[in-house]
Each structure stands twice: as structure tokens, then as C-alpha cells.
Design a protein around this ligand. Sequence first.
Ligand SMILES: [Zn+2]
Length: 348
Amino acid sequence: MTAEAVDIVGLTRALVDIDSTTGCEGAAGRWLADYLRARGWSVEEQRVDATRFNVIAMPQIGATQNVVQSFRPAMVFSTHFDCVPSFFPSRVEGDRLFGRGSCDAKGILAAQVAAAEQLRRDGESRIGLVFVVGEERGSDGARVANQAAHGNGSRFLINGEPTDNRLGLATRGMLRLKLRARGRAAHSSFPELGESAIDKLIDALIELRSIALPADPLLGQTHYTVGLISGGVAPNVVSPSAEAEVMFRTTSDAADVRRAVTPLERRVAIEHVLDVPPVRLRTVPGFETAVFPYTTDIPFLPGWGEPLLFGPGSIHEAHTADECVSIAELKAAAGHYVTLAKALLGQA
Ligand SMILES: [Zn+2]
């Protein structure tokens, strides 16, 4: 079966024009599933919650309930179709395609579909598509998609995020910790009768600045942001409680950071909120490479094979108020995805 080439700009714009802010991906998922079916893919709508589902597509294998287990891909392309707020629709100005999700990651999704269709036309049918919800808020879609991958035989996962069409060498992990200080309330005219939780928290955050955090030759020095802080009850009350949330961008196991910050426990309680490990990625000769300080869905998709990271667009455009992507870069990405897939499948 020969399908005609994918209109990458048209597909990106159609997806961008459906609001799929994380939590509300249902309509975009339905449109995408119908689009892929119309192009001759077998599509599984994999439920994530009552209104949201991942879209998993395999070459046509006839009517089946379980597309993934009925077709065993050698390799999959994967990215997400949820977006950060706020939604705004697509428009084209010269080489730039604007709109929420144009860069992160609906243009990438369109380039992956175009590549998969090109590979099918070239007689390569061992390729699947795994498009997930929820990447921007905790990766719930990827976690569910990984369950479906169990034993499916896929050897490689080409995940798409904006990398300026460079192959990722590694991505940082992250660790979120909550620091909680306890004090004792008192009238602020007699501070010696109370115990200030805010003072303890400030002391802990100042001490944190002088703690040596783990470093890695490839990923560099662990860094962190104190993203949230709160505490106290009123201006004239010694604060009984205070807390801060700190996000570390890690370069090794999260336990290394936990060990480094244990001295802070003399001042505050440390609560573990969430961690995602750093990832080392497979590369293919002939591509420019780089390391990336952000985390992706890759740590949640181990069942789909050895990971690679590649995508058009710049992470500096993602999440911005006037998000956009270069159309030339989108089109080039489709060709690069074909080259990557052929190199990997040649080894498989
Ligand atoms: Zn993304």
C-alpha cells in the first residue's frame, strides 16, 4: 500500500488548533487516532483515565482489540501530545509556525508520522508509534504506555523533544524535596518565648548554598531551584511552621543528593516528593550530539527499547508565550528520523 506523503505543516497545525493542555487531551487524541486510521494504521486508544488516552499505532494488522501485542515492532517513534497552558491557535509567518505545542511537541509528532510513512513506503514495516498524554505533568501517559510494552519485542525507542535536531547524549534527572521547619508560636513582642520556623528554614537554605552537590563529567554540576516557599500565620506571630520546595536537576542517582543534604536535618525535616533518574542515551554516527538539562518521558518507557532522543525545535521556544518552530527544521527532522530508523534497524 502506498500512502501519499504527509503534509507536516498541515498535520502540525491541525493538532495545534485542538487545545490539549495537560488533563484535557481527549479531543486531540480522538482526532489523531482517526487521522492515523484513515492513513491505514491500526490504532489502540489506550485509556489513561476517564477522558484521556494514549494513541498507539502499528502497521495495519486487521481488526484486533490489542494492537500492541498483535504486532511486534522492532522500533517505535514516541512523543507527547499534551501541552503546557495557555492555548493559542496556529499561524504561519515566513518559515515559522506559531501556536501552543508547535515546538513541544506536536511538530515533532508530525515529523515522526511523516518519517514512519516514508519508511513504510520504503518497505520498512517494523515500526510503531507511541503518542502519549501527560508528559508536562508527571508522565502518567508514559507510565501506562510502558505497561502495554511488556514483552512486545521493541528494541529501540526514538523519543522526540526539542533538541534542535541533535541527538541527546544524556539528560539530567530531577529530585524534588520539601524542607519543613517546625517552630513554636508566640506573641512577636516576646520572641524569646517562641521558636521561629521561618528563621530555621532560612538557615537551612543558606546552609544548602555551601553544600557540595554531586557532579558528572558529561552532565556537569547538580544545580537546584528553590521554587516554592511559604510559612507563618501573621506579621505579629512568631512563625510556627514554614516550608520550601527545592528542585534539583541531578547528574547521578537521587540518593547521592539525599546523602549530601543530610546535614540540613539538624534544622528541618526533609520530605521526598519525587525523583526521575538521569538517562544515558544511545547515539548513531553522523549526527551532532548534545547533553540536555531537562527530563523527558524516557525514564518511564523502558519497555519500548533502548532510548534515543531527537527532535526539531529549541527547548528555549518550548513553553514560551509565543511558542514557534522553524518549518524547515520540522521537514528536515522527518528525513533525520528516517535515517536514524534505518541505521538502528540495520543493526537489529
Ligand atoms: Zn515536551
